[in-house]
Design a binder for this molecule. Structure first.
Ligand code: UD1
Length: 460
């Protein structure tokens, strides 16, 4: 026996979300709500961690795993949403070893910080309380449980909005839905909670009044109003998202990143940004993205699950599932799709689309190209309007362009095809067969002129 267990209540119906998706799987800053709670738990010295789920347990577990927070966490179903005390009771059944203390948290309050949870646990221990709650003063406390205090700083009970008297409704201190309990006392009382209330549900909040009636001590830690915001509707989701974005931007600015306009910059909780990077307005950094030192992103860039190397520049572009080496530049108006890899110093310019394509060191694709399933060597220049024909109506084929090749404007490379080192194409060539190294391919379909390849590379 001993230690602290963590339980997340995530089985509610979330009716006001009006959604097919469980409420706790709605995302803010690129992470499901419940994963934000597990992320806040992560640095704490918790033993067992349990998430109480609706019948969509598999989806909830899978989303937590994708977000990287399922390891060491048990997931248990509360078959019917009979209330938060019933959910907690289910959670307790899943604890592997008997803890001394239980930290319980609603699954849809993603802004609560680890430091606050830590302070709550310390207060609970220092005061030797039976229960310790997190509360905040709200200008508009509607929909939250109100904290009824007695004399001194003890909490007498929590009254839910729908069960409150007019006087109780005027209380502005609210329950955040974050509790620390003495396990032995909780375990004894949780099964005794009844559902004699306006919603006919088993309320976790009733346990507070029950503890007080038994003469136990209940104390509360007050925190910032914004931190305890819970999501009950789509409007709340947007509000919480805005607060989360501001917090993320503040964190990166304090880490030495310039964010020109945080209000129009959307950085997921999953992104990392190195010092002295510069993020311009209307930029979206999403998923498993990392931005290198002194990189410049935006204005108007959407970067998803991608790595941008040091000193890279991306503006007015969409970059998805790609890796950009150091000193690369992309845009304006480029679309990099999955599997694009740029070697150091490579450049993709205006109206260039790539997919599953590697562009070697210092190669340039400055204008109006589509490169799909292509491997492009070093020092290659791809002229305006040139494309790879990678799809023949039946399957995808690869184009290989070796080092120091010069592709003139409007070349069509019909894959599978290989263009040898130092070769060149003439303007408008349709290349349907391999081009030997150093040769020049001209015409439709292209014919080969041996030894007349990339003069520019030879002169360089
Ligand atoms: C609850 C509190 C309220 C507090 C508010 C803070 C109760 C009775 N009231 O309100 O005092 O101010 O949170 O946001 O607890 N859940 C289950 N199973 C259920 C019902 C709910 O797992 O049967 C989960 C939900 O997924 C959610 C959490 O418990 O994550 C809280 O439920 P929610 O409906 O959001 O809160 P309220 O009950 O309105």
């Amino acid at each position: 026996m001993g230690g602290i267990a963590g339980i997340v209540l995530a089985a509610g119906t979330g009716k006001r979300m009006n959604s097919d998706l469980p409420k706790v799987l709605h995302e803010v800053a690129g992470r499901p709500l419940v994963a934000h709670v597990l992320a806040a738990f992560e640095p704490l010295p918790l033993g067992d961690r349990v998430v109480v789920c609706s019948e969509r347990l598999d989806d909830i577990e899978a989303c937590c795993a994708t977000a990287g927070f399922a390891e060491g966490v048990s997931f248990v179903v509360q078959e019917e949403a009979r209330g938060t005390a019933d959910a907690l009771r289910m959670g307790l059944t899943r604890l592997g070893r008997v803890p001394e203390t239980v930290l319980v948290m609603n699954g849809a309050t993603p802004l609560v910080k680890t430091e606050t949870l830590s302070a709550l646990l310390s207060m609970h221990r220092d005061r030797g309380a039976a229960a310790t709650l997190l509360t905040a003063e709200l200008g508009n406390p509607t929909a939250y449980g109100r904290i009824v205090r007695g004399f001194g700083d003890e909490v007498e009970k929590i009254v839910e909005e729908r069960d409150a008297t007019e006087l109780e409704r005027s209380i502005t201190e609210v329950n955040a839905g974050v509790y620390v309990f003495n396990y032995a006392k909780l375990e004894r009382l949780v099964g005794e909670v009844d559902k004699a209330n306006a919603q006919g549900e088993y309320y976790i909040t009733d346990i507070i009044g029950m503890l007080r009636s038994a003469g136990d001590q209940v104390v509360a830690l007050g925190t910032d109003a914004d931190e305890i915001r819970g999501v009950k509707s789509r409007a709340h989701l947007a509000e919480v998202g805005e607060l989360m974005r501001a917090r993320i931007a503040d964190t990166w600015m304090s880490e030495g990143v310039t964010i020109v306009d945080p209000r129009t910059t959307y950085i997921d909780a999953t992104v990392t940004i190195a010092r002295d990077a510069l993020i311009r307005p209307f930029s979206f950094l999403e998923g498993a993205t990392s931005i290198g030192r002194r990189a410049e992103v935006g204005p108007q860039a959407r970067v998803m699950n991608s790595v941008l190397g040091d000193d890279s520049v991306v503006s007015f572009a969409v970059v998805r599932d790609s890796e950009l080496g150091p000193r690369t530049s992309v845009g304006p108006f480029a679309s990099l799709r999955q599997g694009t890899k740029l070697g150091s110093g490579a450049h993709l310019g205006s109206f260039v689309e790539t997919k599953n394509t590697t562009v070697g060191e210092n190669s340039k694709v400055p204008h109006l190209s589509y490169l799909g399933d292509a491997e492009i060597g070093r020092g290659v220049n791809v002229g305006a309007g040139s494309i790879t024909g990678n799809w023949d109506g039946r399957g995808k084929h690869r184009t290989v362009i070796e080092d120091d090749v010069y592709i003139s404007s409007n070349t069509t490379m019909v894959a599978p095809v290989r263009i040898g080192k130092g070769a060149a194409t003439g303007a408008g060539a349709v290349v349907r067969q391999d081009v030997p190294p150093e040769a020049l391919a001209v015409g439709v379909p292209a014919r080969m002129i041996e030894g007349k390849g990339n003069k520019m590379a030879k002169e360089a």
